[in-house]
Design a protein around this ligand. Structure first.
Ligand code: NAD
Length: 362
């Protein structure tokens, strides 16, 4: 039996990875304690996805363990030991804003939780590739110092800059910048994942992601940008745009495209590598452009307002250069651009959202 251990298995990326590796015939051990509900409230709970996975995937086994519980994690790894051939670690506290409310909780989940996973891998299945979902926030707000030019609907990088054509590479410094408490806890985890590759020789990779999205995101105001935006559009909920005139640019990666990248690494792993991964030049949009796409897809006006202040440490412009990953894994290409992603989010959820808003407003 080949076992994939997937943390955050009911979340956006975790659940995509569960389905993908189960479909490849692996036995999937999922770890998720629905802490997303604690972070962002009942509307962001991933309980529905856990039930769905358990009901539809026979070789899925769920464990409601907290990744901060060192003893419980070791016990679980001991139980499956050398049968574990892959570890995908996606469980996290994923929001800037939330992290500032409870820095200790944020750090214990993001940094200590990651160390627990690495150590369990080192002790029980050191040959298993270890995939970590890091973030572009490890670069802090340093990309905001790039020479940006204001256009009608977006900020753009000055054409003469070396990152203009393909986006920001891994050469961007992670130092001398404001990270937010969240960014700092992810840096700690990211560096430790690299270290377990460099120092102990584990096959570890950090995927430093831009915006990750897809129809299975339990979008909430503080996390899950496109899913939450489309949900607001469908339910008529007012959406607040924070700062930068609404022209801030994000690159958007479909969870399925990310998990295909995980599989390429799994098939041919390396040690202690770092990759920027995101929608790249292929899939990106500004806030204003995203609102316009939502309206185009749903045929409904967006109820939104502009709040002048940007979120602390928020990027003005981020587009990932993914060519390092593509050079290590030739033939890897993205399938979903931002419009296709938004359309799928809409088509798969609008009935459910309309129903739930009717219940809430009844
Ligand atoms: N979504 C994005 O835009 C984005 C961008 C860059 C990086 N990332 C990173 O990708 C990863 C996955 O993101 P996502 O969007 O799938 O997040 P998500 O919130 O949808 O999923 C994470 C899951 O982890 C679970 N979890 C949280 N704390 C836990 C704990 N202590 N023990 C066990 N389970 C716990 C949550 O309940 C949730 O189901 C995270 O590490 C995040 O930082 C996400």
């Amino acid at each position: 039996m080949s076992v994939a251990v997937i943390t955050g298995s009911a979340g956006l990326i975790g659940s995509e990875a569960v389905r993908y590796f189960a479909a490849k015939g692996m036995h999937v051990v999922g770890i998720d304690n629905d802490m997303r509900k604690y972070f962002f409230g009942p509307e962001a709970s991933t309980e529905w996805m856990r039930k769905h996975l358990e009901a539809t995937i026979p070789q899925y086994q769920h464990f409601s363990i907290d990744i901060r519980d060192h003893g419980a994690i070791l016990e679980l790894f001991k139980r499956f030991t050398k049968e574990i051939s892959l570890v995908v670690h996606t469980a996290a506290q994923p929001s800037h804003d939330w992290a500032a409310r409870e820095p200790l909780t944020d750090f214990s989940v993001n940094a200590t939780g990651t160390l627990n996973m690495l150590e369990a891998t080192r002790q029980f299945c050191p040959e298993a590739p270890f995939i970590f979902t890091s973030t572009n926030k490890v670069y802090g707000d340093s990309p905001n110092a790039l020479p940006l030019v204001e256009q009608q609907s977006r900020w753009e990088l000055d054409k003469s800059h070396k990152f203009a054509e393909h986006g920001i590479t891994e050469a961007q410094s992670i130092d001398h910048s404001l990270h937010s408490v969240f960014g700092a806890s992810k840096v700690a985890a990211d560096v430790m994942v690299q270290e377990y590759g460099q120092y102990f020789g584990l096959k570890t990779a950090c995927f430093r992601a831009g915006c990750l999205t897809g129809p299975n995101h339990s979008g909430a105001q503080l996390h899950g940008f496109l899913a939450y935006l489309m949900k607001c559009n469908v339910t008529g909920t007012r959406y607040n745009v924070f700062g930068y005139k609404g022209k801030q640019v994000r690159d958007n990666l479909h969870s399925a495209d990310l998990v295909r990248a995980f599989d390429r690494f799994f098939q041919s792993p390396r040690s202690g590598v770092v990759y920027n991964i995101g929608g790249s030049r292929f899939s990106n949009c500004s806030m204003l452009e995203a609102i316009s796409m939502c309206q185009q897809i749903s045929g409904r006006e967006m109820n939104w307002q502009y709040g002048g202040e940007n979120r602390k440490g928020d990027h003005i412009w981020w587009i990932s250069d993914i060519r390092k990953f593509q050079s290590h894994y030739p033939g890897y290409a993205l399938q979903f651009d931002s419009l296709a992603i938004l359309r799928e989010i809409h088509d798969r959820n609008h009935e459910r959202w309309k129903d739930s808003s009717r219940v809430v407003h009844a």
